[in-house]
Design a protein around this ligand. Sequence first.
Ligand code: GTP
Ligand code: MG
Length: 609
Amino acid sequence: MTNNEPANYFDFRKTLSKNKLAGMLRMMTGYRMTYLAANATLAISATAKTLTYLLLRNFADTVVGNTVPFAGSFSRTLILIALGFVGLAMVEGGFAYLSSRMASYSAENITRRLRNFLFDQIQRLSFAYHSKTPTGDLIERVTSDVDSVRAFFNDQAIGVGRIILLFIINFIAIWILSWKLALVSIVAVPVIVLVSMWFFKKVTKAYEAYQEQEAKLTTTLQENLTGVRVVKAFARQNYEIDKFETDNWGKFLRGRTLVKMQSFFWPLSDLLCGFQMLAGFIYAGILAVHGEITIGTYPAYVGLVVWLIWPMRNLGRIIVNTSTGLVSYDRLMEIVKQEREPLTTGTAKVNGPVRGDIIFEKVSFQYEDGGSEVLKEVSFHIHPGQVVALLGSTGSGKTTLVNLLPRFHEYTDGHILLDGQELKEYPREFLRKQIGIVEQEPFLFSRSIRENITYGVGHNVSQEEIEKAARAAAIHEVILSFPEGYNTLVGEKGVTLSGGQKQRVAVARTLLKDPRILILDDSTSSVDTETESEIRNALNGLMGNRTTFIIAHRIQSVMKADLILVMDKGCVIQMGRHEELVEQEGMYRQIYDIQTRIDEELEEEIASA
Ligand code: GTP
Ligand code: MG
């Protein structure tokens, strides 16, 4: 997570707007001229088409009326007209091609940078945002919604221009033929526009519902793929299949609503357009009979009026697609407008690495999404290089406590002092560089083991350093046993690591980062006692002068700590060194007794066997 922005970085937060169309317009920044050019070439193409019909009038008048309007001779006129037709067709086709090239070039570029921005943005959002947002929903937005925005820029962004242009040019052309005819040709246009607007509103709502349902479906799919083991282990395939089918049926129903609306709207707008054209044809006939327009004007008018009304008819299609683009714009802006987690701001004076002196003063914490207090007035002090162990029942708040240190969440009350300064004043990025955390459920990427281990430090590390970290995590030998050693891929295409192996790779990854403060959240829970003591011995050497937090469930793992915190329901109920705590009545003694008794019994059994 850096603030280095790619070369053509465009901040889409600038496109946030109450008016979606205005927002879309802002998205076009940098490509507006291309769109203008696309519309201009389109205008040329449309004008060529219109001129074709005007030429048709001359052709018809020449043939039918046997008049020779220009070029002297009859045959020469016809040849010229024919050449005119060919030339106009070439201009029309060529410029239409240019126009759509420019539009799709721009559309692809706008959406490429949109996708980049969204990815960047998603990386920068807080833990709280990610824990409340379903992954499938995000995937849906970054793929399907971006695609309908692309469709908008590819088609509708010049489609609207096309409609307006065709309308104006053809209207002017008909006006040239006869102004009366021009007026009659557009009597129904206001009605068509009104119907289209009404339809737009309806379709927008229906499409919103459709996209929501699609996101739900993606979430179900994504969760099932991730949790396929659980599904199989509980033999719940049928239940999940039913659930998927229900969601899919929901999508079908919403899709059907959309289609129903369209199948009502298309014929309706066709009918209106048909009436409009018919009215024009009849009126043009009357004018021709009365000699107010020439015979050749009639076929020209028929061609022109089709191109006047055709765009009107297409308005509906454009409107449907525009509304889907606008709905998607809104759904994307929900991601864009999220507050980013500030990474680099902070007033703390930092020069060089922290020492690792940590004081908790009556720290209380409640998760952002509500619920009761998870930590209650926790106080303790550890000195640089000391080891503090957290022990306690499940759900007592151990993970929550250590997650406050890299500022994944903000404590709600009290003070945490790091080297004497309030933790909240340190920039998050700085803290996260100083703190190495081995998560309770470590996540490895589907990349090579080497890349996973060097994840926190980049590529410029020597093989020796990597191996040193791997040895300390007691994973080096295991890695060598794979055919491709450190280059072995983890995950779907490579080896499937066991829980303990994953944990140890994660330990190596954190050690390589060489943090001043080391947090091991239950990092040895998935390894056997022997491996654990191996890791512990190696760590003892490495912990050296780092402040270390160990969360563990075994007394042996915490016995040597400088300070042991026994936690229960968010409170520290006992605190001290092992020797002190075993002397006291309380939870620590109970755990100690139970665990030593189990160990003794085991030893006896082994001995008797
Ligand atoms: P183990 O790892 O099982 O030993 O428990 P722990 O001591 O690490 O507990 P943890 O700190 O994970 O959780 C403490 C309490 O916070 C539990 O009651 C959880 O339900 C709650 N909790 C954990 N994460 C979240 C969260 O993201 N949101 C909310 N609202 N509650 C959470
Ligand atoms: Mg935990």
